[in-house]
Structures are given as structure tokens and as C-alpha cells.
Design a protein around this ligand. Structure first.
Ligand code: ADP
Length: 720
């Protein structure tokens, strides 16, 4: 009896395709195969096998099984679950899961080995070479170097048949973590938290805990202890640590390497393809036991995943907003369930979603309420910009300038935090009032002085700053409005010409190596003032950093969506939490026009619980997350009339369901991007509703015209 194989292709197709399994191929689920699609052969993964011949039309046959690791059953299940949840094609998450498998394989290397024959003339040089070749398999050139002889000696031995040169493909592997190394001596509350986490690991089943500890309380130390326990308990166990930023992965990789004397696998978009391939293979084979990575590491083919740590779990960067839309924290919990693994969510400012799960007992709740050792939380001061405004055309108020001066005098460091890249967020013409916007897009162009260009942060469009206003042609009339980090840097340089000042934003630090270099140089005290966006404001440990100045504390509250207050609180608590993490006391100054705002008051009083309680109450009244669920539909197209007609059709097709309300269609706040008009629906549902199923049904009822794209965002974080 022949068999039919369902093969999922890593493409946005609605389902897996059936193929005939050629005689004798003996496929199993998870195998990677080459299957014909139109005129081409495509890499795909076998997701099901059944007996049969394929009905009236003969099925196309699978071309061959690829000589590649199979995808573990749990990884496949996760991929399929994620697609259903996100109301997207299963090929989308599969493409993420195969990212490492599609990277080029490592190239074979040449190694030299003794054959057992003795050299006819055993000179001292030849003996040294033979000894070195016995110690280690090296290339002929490296062997000569190791033995300290000329390459001619090695060649002579090869010609004589005493040595032989082989080509081998190096096995993807990582050093085993050294579990005999002691961790830090934990303080009492750290030890208590670590003890509970170890118990959770020992239970050996799915469990979620929130490690809720103030900045600098030692959450990292505690979760490394839990990781050590998990790795020691099961010699095949694997641990995944997820971080929201590449810059943060570097810091944690160093700490893991110190703790276990072995480099973990590193996984994020900045990892070069061959290294990516090595991590992917080693993870699949169980030879890489610790992975530190960004959100997509969640899709790696773990052979035996036992612990997932989501560090800075509240961070919005865990939400992938383009292509396959998912939230890595939420999916980490799902992956944990599928793998029967322990999941640990760590943060000083947990999301309301996670706090709610902790409050209701769904997650264990471990709290660390003070900093480790003698370090104290920073004192927080609100600077009322109405009372003490900066000088005209400047952004740093007198109290902040004075505090920076004092910090410099003490030889300590300052972080000036402003979550805005570039020099100025807006350029306008003082003659006619025209605002410079990106072509075909509804967003302002941001002035960047380093590059001398005006840049659209949404689409990447950029142009040199024109000498004349493109609207009224006035000469030299374009003025820069508002500050970005580059402008704050300029001001700091004028005020403190002796200070060593650096900007840390995604424009100045674009890869992991650069991020690592900058973080190290800051940690070693080589920078006096770091002007940074959020790229540097979270997670890091800078022992000599004692002053944090928040240039515009109100920034995140403007034009707010449902999470504006929560996000502002989290970001500022994180940023101010960088101050005074070792023995020197720290201070944070928040420049604000609204010192009476609940967020500012809570930050100053360091009263997170009061803030959370008030915010929870509002959300509960409005039945918004975490007390209800949301989904968004974003449709876009080049033609407004066609888009509007489609949105009307879609509104009519919305299924009636209890506990579900559909709002819209409405213009998206970003109503034009790259020449495409955008419109949105927002769906609110009670907690018990299967929102993915609802959206799937709705989506299936409409067929958008070719020019219209429809994206569904379950549990949206962006409302633009
Ligand atoms: P968090 O992750 O909560 O922000 P970290 O784990 O980064 O905190 O700890 C903050 C600082 O205190 C780090 O420099 C860390 O090495 C140090 N630290 C925390 N706990 C201990 C401990 N038990 N022994 C020694 N140093 C510790």
C-alpha cells in the first residue's frame, strides 16, 4: 500500500499539500523533504502520513528526503498552534522555524591525521609534527604552526604516507556547560525564589512563574540558578532565555558564559547565516543546551526543552508586528505547555496581563523587593518644566544641568534618556508652515544630523535636507522642531565640553558587536554621559551610573492607546532603575509638564502596586485586557473607494457572537503608508471567547480583491 504525505511549505499558503511518498522512502513526520511546487522544488516538512493513493488524479511525488535534521514533533505542534492562534497560514511560523535550516551549511575543513606508518627519517621536526597531529586534528598549515616547523615538513610526511589529509564537515556543537561551577552566594530572598523555581523544575511538567523583582534585585542571578538546576537534573535538558533586545542578549550571553564556562547558542537577526545554521543544528541534536536569543529563538527545533526564561517579559519588543504577527511572551507559555517545560517570566515592571495571572494564582508569584547588597533604589525627583524650564532652544532644565555637573565632578556617570532617534522629530518651514512628510506616507520626516538627511522611520525613506522649502521655495526656512538624542547630545557637549559623551540608539549601534562594545565601554567608565533611546535604558548594569535624566517623561503618554500609561510607567521605571545599581546611591530626574499625572506620582513614590491597582480598575471597568481580549483587522489598498467598499462588506460579514463587539471600520491613525490607504476594525471579546476562532470564521467569509491586503492582529499592542 502506498502512502500520502502532507507537506507543509514555508510559505503563506492556507494548508499543507498532499504528495505521494515514493516506494522505500520511509518518511516520518517532521522529515524535511524536497517537493515539487509548479516547476520548482521546494523545501517542506512532512506533517502527516496516511495510507492511500490520492483519488482520481495521481499525486505528484516527493522528490527526495533532505539530508537534514527532522523537526521534532513538539516544534511542529507549536508551529501549527501558533498559526491557528494568529489566524495566519501555518507556513509563516514554519518559515521562522526553518530559518536556521535554510542558512548555508558549514563548509568542510581539511584535517591531518597520522596513518600509523613511521617516518623513514624521524628528525626532531618530524617527531614534533607527529606529536601535534596526535593531540589535535588540524589543517596542514595549522599543524605546521602548532609544531613550530615549516609547511614543507608536514608536506613531506603526507607525501610519505605517514600523515593523511581528510575533508570533514565540522559537527555543530557547543561546549557543555560546567555545572560544577558555583553561582553567586544568593541572599535570603533570592535563595527563597531560587528554591521555589528549583521545585518547579523538579516537578518536570508545565508550570509558569513570575519572577517579580525590583531593578537590580538579582533576577538574572536567580534564573541562572534555576537554569543550572534544570541542566544538572537532566543531562539532556535544554534552556532558552529570551530577551527583547539584541543589546541585552550580549550582556546575558556574557553572564551565562561566566556562570557556566561555556558560550551559549546565540540567536537573533544579527547572527551570521553559518553561525545560525550551527545553532539550529546543535539545538535540534540536543548539543546546544543553553540558547540566549531574541523572540524568534522560540521557534528553534529544541530536542528537549525544559526551561524557558522570558526576561523583561513586559517589553513591547516581544511583539512581532510584521509578517507573522505574534507575542513571544504569550507564545513562550504555549511552547512551555507543549514541551511540558517550566516557564519563568521575569520583570521589575510586569505587564498587567502577567500580573493578573499571578494575582489569580494561574502563575506562581515570586517577589524580590529590594536590591542586592547595599545598593538602594534611586531617589526619584520630578522636575516641573513649567516652574524650571530649560533655556530657549534647549531641552535640559537647570536642575538637571546642575545634577549632571555634580555627577561629573564626582567622577560618576549620567544616562540621559530620550526615546527619540535622530536630531529633531519634525522639520517645518517657518515661511509657510509646511511640515516635511515622507512621500505617500502619513508620517513626519525626522532630521538626522549625523547623516545630514531627513528620514522616515516607518518606511526607511530618506532624502538630504533641502536648502529650500519644497512647498513655497523659501531659502533656509526649514527649522528643526523638538529634540531627538542627537540634539540632546549637542546640548550636553556645549554645556560640558570636557565630558566624554556618546549616543546609543539604533542609528549609532546597529549590530550586536557594536552594542557589546558600547555596553562594555560604559560599564568600564569610559563614557561620562550616555544619551540613549530605549536601546540602552533597560536591563544593563553600569556600576558607576548614578544619575538618570529623563528628558521628556511625558512623551509616551501623548496620543495614548490603552497601554500608554502602563508602557510609560514601565519604560521610565526601567530607565530610572539603571541608576545606583552598585554601592553608590543613584538619583533620577524626570522632566515633565504634568507632575500631577498618576504615572509621574507613582514613579516618584516608587509605588508600583498603587499604580497597577488603579490601572487594573480602569481596565476592568472597560473590560479591556487583561479583563477582556482584543483583536485588530488592518486592511490596506491603493484605492480609497475600493478599500471603503471592502470594509463595508467585511463589516456586514462579521459573525454575531455573544461577548464580542466589533468597532469600525475607522481610518487607521497611520492612514497612508507607502501609497496604501489603511483602515481598521477593533474587536473586543470577553475572556472566555475563542477570539482566534471568531476571527478565522470572519476572515473566511470575505474574499478581498487582489489589491487589498488584510492583516489580523490578535492581542494587538500597536493601534496605528
Ligand atoms: P536584575 O536582573 O534583577 O536587574 P541582576 O541579576 O542583574 O539584577 O543583579 C544586579 C547586580 O547585583 C549585578 O551586578 C549582579 O551581579 C549583582 N548581584 C545580584 N545578586 C547577587 C548575589 N547574590 N551575589 C553577588 N552579586 C549579586
Amino acid at each position: 500500500m502506498s502512502r500520502i504525505a502532507s507537506v507543509l511549505l514555508p510559505m503563506p499558503l492556507p494548508e499543507a499539500f498532499d504528495y505521494a511518498e515514493p516506494e522505500g522512502m520511509d518518511l516520518v513526520v517532521g522529515d524535511q523533504v524536497a517537493a515539487p511546487l509548479g516547476p520548482r522544488l521546494m523545501r517542506g516538512v512532512v506533517v502527516a502520513l496516511r495510507e492511500g493513493a490520492g483519488g482520481n488524479r495521481p499525486l505528484k511525488a516527493i522528490d527526495r528526503r533532505l539530508d537534514e535534521p527532522s523537526l521534532p514533533a513538539n516544534t511542529l505542534e507549536f508551529v501549527q498552534w501558533a498559526a491557528r492562534y494568529a489566524v495566519d497560514a501555518p507556513g509563516q511560523p514554519l518559515a521562522i522555524a526553518l530559518r536556521g535550516a535554510r542558512a548555508p551549511k558549514a563548509k568542510p575543513v581539511r584535517v591531518t591525521r597520522p596513518t600509523g606508518l613511521q617516518p623513514a627519517r624521524p628528525t626532531a621536526a618530524r617527531t614534533k609534527v607527529l606529536q601535534a597531529a596526535l593531540d589535535q586534528a588540524l589543517s596542514p598549515a595549522d599543524l605546521a604552526r602548532a609544531a613550530g616547523v615549516s609547511s614543507g615538513v608536514v608536506k613531506g610526511l603526507v607525501d610519505e604516507g605517514v600523515l593523511q589529509v581528510f575533508e570533514i564537515v565540522p559537527e555543530a556543537s557547543f561546549d557543555e556547560p560546567d555545572l560544577s561551577r558555583p553561582g553567586s552566594a544568593l541572599n535570603l530572598s533570592q535563595a527563597a525564589a531560587a528554591g521555589l523555581l528549583k521545585e518547579m523544575v523538579d516537578e518536570g511538567c508545565f508550570n509558569v512563574a513570575l519572577l517579580d523583582g525590583v531593578t537590580g534585585s538579582g533576577k538574572t542571578e536567580v534564573y541562572l540558578e534555576a537554569a543550572a538546576h534544570s541542566l544538572a537534573k537532566d543531562p539532556l535538558a535544554q534552556v532558552l532565555v529570551l530577551l527583547p533586545e539584541i543589546a541585552l542578549t550580549q550582556a546575558v550571553i556574557s553572564r551565562v558564559a561566566d556562570r557556566f564556562g561555556a558560550q551559549p547558542g546565540e540567536w537573533h537577526s544579527g547572527v551570521a547565516p553559518p553561525a545560525r545554521r550551527r545553532v539550529w543544528e546543535a539545538v535540534a541534536a540536543g548539543r546546544c543546551r543553553i540558547v540566549v536569543g531574541a523572540r524568534s529563538a522560540l521557534f528553534l527545533p529544541f530536542a528537549n526543552l525544559k526551561l524557558i526564561v522570558v526576561d523583561e517579559e513586559h517589553d513591547g519588543s516581544f511583539k512581532q508586528e510584521e509578517g507573522f504577527i505574534y507575542h513571544a511572551r504569550d507564545l513562550a507559555v504555549v511552547r512551555g505547555k507543549i514541551e511540558q517545560a517550566a516557564v519563568l517570566l521575569a520583570s521589575a515592571t510586569p505587564s498587567l496581563e502577567t500580573l493578573r495571572n499571578a494575582e489569580t494564582g494561574r502563575y506562581r508569584w515570586l517577589r524580590l523587593s529590594s536590591r542586592h547588597g547595599t545598593a538602594q533604589l534611586p531617589e526619584i525627583e520630578l522636575v516641573d518644566l513649567r516652574a524650571t524650564p530649560p533655556a530657549s532652544g534647549a531641552w535640559l532644565s537647570p536642575p538637571l544641568v546642575q545634577a549632571i555637573g555634580e555627577t561629573l565632578e564626582r567622577g560618576e556617570q549620567t544616562l540621559l534618556f530620550l526615546n527619540r532617534r535622530g536630531y529633531a522629530p519634525l522639520v517645518l518651514c517657518k515661511a509657510c508652515g509646511e511640515r516635511m512628510t515622507a512621500p505617500d506616507t502619513d508620517s513626519w520626516l525626522v532630521e538626522h544630523r549625523y547623516s545630514g538627511r531627513l528620514v522616515c522611520h516607518l518606511t526607511g525613506f530618506s532624502m538630504p535636507k533641502p536648502a529650500r522649502c519644497p512647498h513655497c521655495a523659501a531659502l533656509d526656512s526649514l527649522v528643526s522642531i523638538g529634540p531627538g538624542v542627537e540634539r540632546v547630545e549637542e546640548e550636553a557637549r556645549l554645556l560640558f565640553p570636557q565630558a566624554r559623551i556618546t549616543v546609543f540608539s539604533s542609528d549609532t549601534v546597529f549590530d550586536a558587536r557594536e552594542a557589546k562594545r558600547l555596553v562594555e565601554s560604559m560599564a568600564q567608565g569610559e563614557i561620562d554621559i550616555l544619551v540613549a533611546t530605549q536601546a540602552a535604558a533597560k536591563g544593563h548594569n553600569f556600576p558607576k551610573l548614578t544619575l538618570v535624566g529623563v528628558v521628556d517623561a511625558d512623551l509616551g503618554l501623548r496620543g495614548g492607546d490603552l497601554r500608554a500609561a502602563e508602557r510609560t510607567f514601565q519604560l521610565l521605571a526601567q530607565a530610572t532603575g539603571r541608576a545606583g545599581r552598585k554601592d553608590r546611591p543613584g538619583k533620577a530626574l524626570l522632566q515633565t509638564y504634568a507632575p500631577e499625572h498618576a504615572v509621574m506620582q507613582a514613579l516618584q513614590a516608587q509605588d508600583r502596586d498603587a499604580f497597577v491597582a488603579a490601572e487594573m480598575e480602569e481596565r476592568e471597568l472597560a473590560k479591556l485586557p487583561p479583563f477582556g481580549r482584543l483583536a485588530a483587522v488592518i486592511a490596506s489598498g491603493p484605492d480609497m473607494t475600493q478599500l471603503e467598499a471592502f470594509m463595508r462588506e467585511m463589516a456586514q460579514a462579521a459573525p454575531n457572537a455573544e461577548g464580542v463587539e466589533v468597532y469600525g471600520p475607522a481610518d487607521a491613525p497611520l492612514s497612508l503608508v507607502r501609497g496604501r490607504r489603511r483602515k481598521r476594525f477593533l474587536v473586543r471579546a470577553d475572556r472566555g471567547v475563542d477570539l482566534s476562532a471568531y476571527m478565522t470564521t470572519w476572515r473566511a467569509r470575505v474574499k478581498p480583491p487582489n489589491a487589498i491586503r488584510v492583516a489580523i492582529d490578535i492581542d494587538p499592542y500597536s493601534f496605528l
